[in-house]
Every structure is written in structure tokens, then in C-alpha cells.
Design a protein around this ligand. Structure first.
Ligand code: ADP
Length: 404
């Protein structure tokens, strides 16, 4: 029995879960928000007990200290010696990593080089790694990448049709993200379908604030909707998803904005927020749509329409599909989006049962038993994947990492 801390360090937040493995029992979980900002919040649930505090947390170093203090204080562990491994989420592993990796000095150098590809995310993730290492230098740490699962994509999927030299010189290609989630739900889907993962073709729809679709053939990602960055693909909460790239210079000229400012609009003010004009949160949009707000209805339709088209295209890409998976906040909870996404797809063997579709937040089949293509709702669990990889690479293999 070992205790693994799964960590997701963002620029002003730190999400964590302490899992007892191999049982996969969640001992404690929580979130530190607004690090370095006004009124930082520390919240944690341990064995059903909730703690929520406003604390002084000027930086990640303090955040890590506080988290470790409360893990002991709230008796999640008796002492820090009981933490056997730490798994860190890293957004970008570039082409270097097609699997998680035990962290050592060399790995940190590579992560830092990769920050060029993910300047908004990797540096914060790396800060998290370094701060935990300062306090727990002897505890092995593993990095789990959002991009790793998609490294199986063939060249024909990941290359953009631009001069080939740019791929070689600058690493410009599709990387894809949400890989840990797509991998988790694809493995669960095989178990639920009671079929070997190697024999099935899946389309996984991860629909949260960020959203991506993946074509998973025999357990391998062969295409995905996000690209060089997480801005590409389907419409999202605040991100535009795919659009005509010629729009960028056009918008720069019309609005007198820099490329960076236009990119900021495409990342933060577009998607369902841009279309609805009032919110990026699907729950708000569903409420207003029900009241007859036409822009809210349009936002739902634009969102569902893009996902619907990806399902058609990925089914073609795999010469068929055995199951469609819905996961993440929207995929797990919104019957409205699921039914809009699948509307009219009976022609390709998808028959969703409107009664079963009412399910929220639980594993379930929502297709009729006779449907040739099954439809599954599977709550994602990225933390458990991080903990599993940490056990596999840091505990079972028992490699001793070189000092950081
Ligand atoms: P993130 O990408 O930030 O991890 P989540 O997976 O938490 O996002 O998903 C957030 C989205 O899920 C929001 O748009 C939210 O409105 C939506 N959502 C969460 N719960 C529900 C619900 N019960 N019904 C409809 N949408 C929901």
C-alpha cells in the first residue's frame, strides 16, 4: 500500500489528490486558488471532512508548504514520510515523451526547453515540480503529459499542410491535449463493453471548459481535434476552436489590435461566451436557452454542431466506430448537448435512448441495447491515471532518480 500525491500546478492554482494505491482510494483532495493574488483560498476534503480557508499564499512555495502542512494536520497522513510518490501533470511533452517519465535533472531540462511550445502552462507545472522537490527531495516524482497519448498519431494526422521545413525547424505539428483523459475513458470503455481495447474503435468526446475529440483505434490515438495548441478543434467555453487563419490579419486590421491581442480574444472571449454574449458556462447557457434566449440557443447549436461533424469525420477516419464516449463536465452531465450532438446519426448506427440519456455524472450506456454503435457516459479521472503511472514508474520499477 502506498500514498501517491497527484498534482496539477497552474499559474495561480494548484489542484491535488492524495490517493492510496493500488486501491485507488482518494484519501484527500483539494484546490488552492488565487496563488499570489488577493484572498487566496485553500480548500481540501479529507475523509468527508471539508476545510476551506482564506490564507496568505504569495507564491507556489507557500502553497506547497501549506498543502503538506494540512495533509498532516487533517490526518490524511501521519507524517510526510508516508507520501511515497508524487505525480505531476505536465501539459506539453512535445515529441520527446510518448509515456510518463520519472523526473530527474535531465528531464527538467527537457521540460524547460518544451516551455517554448506551451508558454502558458509548462512553466507553472515545472514550478510545482521544483517546489515539491525542495520540501520532499527523496520522494520520487513522475511527470504525466497531456500530449503523450496522442504521440501514436500517424504523420498524415499530425502534419499541417504548410511547408514541411516548419515542422522540422520549429516543431510545428498537431500535438493534441487531454490525452490522460482520453486514455482513461478509452480503457474504461473497453471494460464496460467487455471487449479487448485492441479490437475496438472509439470516438471520445472530452467536453469541459476546454473540449477535444479523439479517434482511438485499438487503444491508440490516431487523430484528435486540438492541435499545436489547445485553441484548435471544436468550439469551447471561451476558445474559438478551428477557424479560417486569414481571419487573424483581417481582425488585426479592422480592430487595430496586435496579433497577441487577437489571439487573446480567440482564447478568452470567443467560443460559447463569444456566441452567447453572456457566459462560457454551459449551465448558464442552458438556463437562458430554456427561457427562449436565441443567442444562448445558438451557442448550444454551434457547440454541438462542431462535435457532431467531428464524429462523422472520425468514424470515416477509422472506417467505422464501435462506441462514442462522453466525458468531462459537459459530456458527463448535459443530456441537452449529448442529444444535439448525436441527433440524426442513426444512419451510422447510433441510436441513443432519450430516457437513459438523462443520466448525470455516472458511468452508463445511453444507447438502446440494439444500437450497433454504443454510446457511453464515463466520468473522467485524470488523477487516478497520474497515480497509476507514478506507481508504475517510481514504485514498481524502483528506479532511483538522480538528484535534482
Ligand atoms: P475544465 O475543462 O475546467 O476541467 P469541466 O470538465 O469541469 O471543465 O467542465 C466545465 C463545464 O461543464 C462547464 O461548462 C459547466 O457548465 C459544465 N457542467 C458542469 N456540470 C454541469 C451540469 N450539471 N449540467 C450541464 N453542464 C455542466
Amino acid at each position: 500500500m502506498v500514498n501517491i500525491l497527484a498534482v496539477n500546478a497552474g499559474s495561480s492554482s494548484l489542484k491535488f489528490q492524495l490517493l492510496r494505491m493500488p486501491e485507488e482510494h482518494v484519501v484527500a483532495k483539494g484546490l488552492i486558488e488565487r496563488i499570489g493574488l488577493k484572498e487566496p483560498i485553500f480548500s481540501m476534503t479529507t475523509n468527508g471532512r471539508k476545510l476551506k480557508l482564506i490564507e496568505k499564499i504569495p507564491n507556489h512555495q507557500e502553497a506547497v508548504q501549506l498543502l503538506l502542512h494540512y495533509l498532516v494536520d487533517q490526518r490524511a497522513v501521519n507524517s510526510l514520510n508516508e507520501i511515497d510518490g508524487i505525480g505531476h501533470r505536465l501539459v506539453h511533452g512535445g515529441e520527446q515523451y510518448s509515456d510518463s517519465v520519472l523526473i530527474d535533472d535531465e528531464a527538467i531540462k527537457v521540460f524547460e526547453q518544451l516551455s517554448d511550445l506551451a508558454p502558458l502552462h509548462n512553466p507553472a507545472n515545472i514550478t510545482g515540480i521544483k517546489e515539491f522537490n525542495k520540501v520532499l527531495p527523496t520522494v520520487p516524482a513522475v511527470a504525466v503529459f497531456d500530449t503523450a497519448f496522442h504521440q501514436t498519431m500517424p504523420e498524415s494526422s499530425y502534419l499541417y499542410s504548410i511547408p514541411y521545413d516548419y515542422y522540422k525547424k520549429y516543431g510545428i505539428r498537431k500535438y493534441g491535449f487531454h490525452g490522460t483523459s482520453h486514455k482513461y475513458v478509452s480503457e474504461r470503455a473497453a471494460q464496460m463493453l467487455n471487449r479487448p481495447l485492441e479490437s475496438i474503435r472509439l470516438i471520445s468526446c472530452h467536453l469541459g471548459n476546454g473540449a477535444s475529440i479523439a479517434a482511438i483505434d485499438g487503444g491508440r490515438s490516431i487523430d484528435t481535434s486540438m492541435g499545436f495548441t489547445p485553441l484548435a478543434g471544436v468550439t469551447m467555453g471561451t476558445r474559438s476552436g478551428n477557424l479560417d487563419p486569414a481571419l487573424i490579419p483581417f481582425l488585426m486590421e479592422k480592430t487595430d489590435k496586435s496579433a497577441e491581442e487577437v489571439l487573446d480574444i480567440l482564447n478568452k472571449k470567443s467560443g460559447m461566451l463569444g456566441v452567447s454574449g453572456f457566459s462560457s458556462d454551459l449551465r448558464d447557457i442552458e438556463v437562458e436557452a430554456l427561457k427562449g434566449n436565441s443567442r444562448a440557443q445558438l451557442a448550444l447549436d454551434v457547440f454541438a454542431n462542431r462535435i457532431h461533424k467531428y464524429i462523422g469525420s472520425y468514424a470515416a477516419r477509422m472506417n467505422g466506430v464501435d462506441a462514442i464516449i462522453f466525458t468531462a463536465g459537459i459530456g458527463e452531465n448535459s443530456d441537452v448537448i449529448r442529444s444535439k450532438v448525436l441527433a440524426g446519426l442513426q444512419f451510422m448506427g447510433i441510436y441513443m435512448d432519450p430516457d437513459l440519456n438523462k443520466i448525470r455524472g455516472k458511468e452508463a450506456f445511453i444507447s438502446f441495447p440494439y444500437s450497433p454503435v454504443k454510446v457511453l457516459v464515463i466520468p473522467t479521472n485524470e488523477e487516478v491515471m497520474i497515480a497509476r503511472d507514478t506507481v508504475r514508474l517510481a514504485i514498481i520499477n524502483k528506479k532511483i532518480p538522480k538528484a535534482l
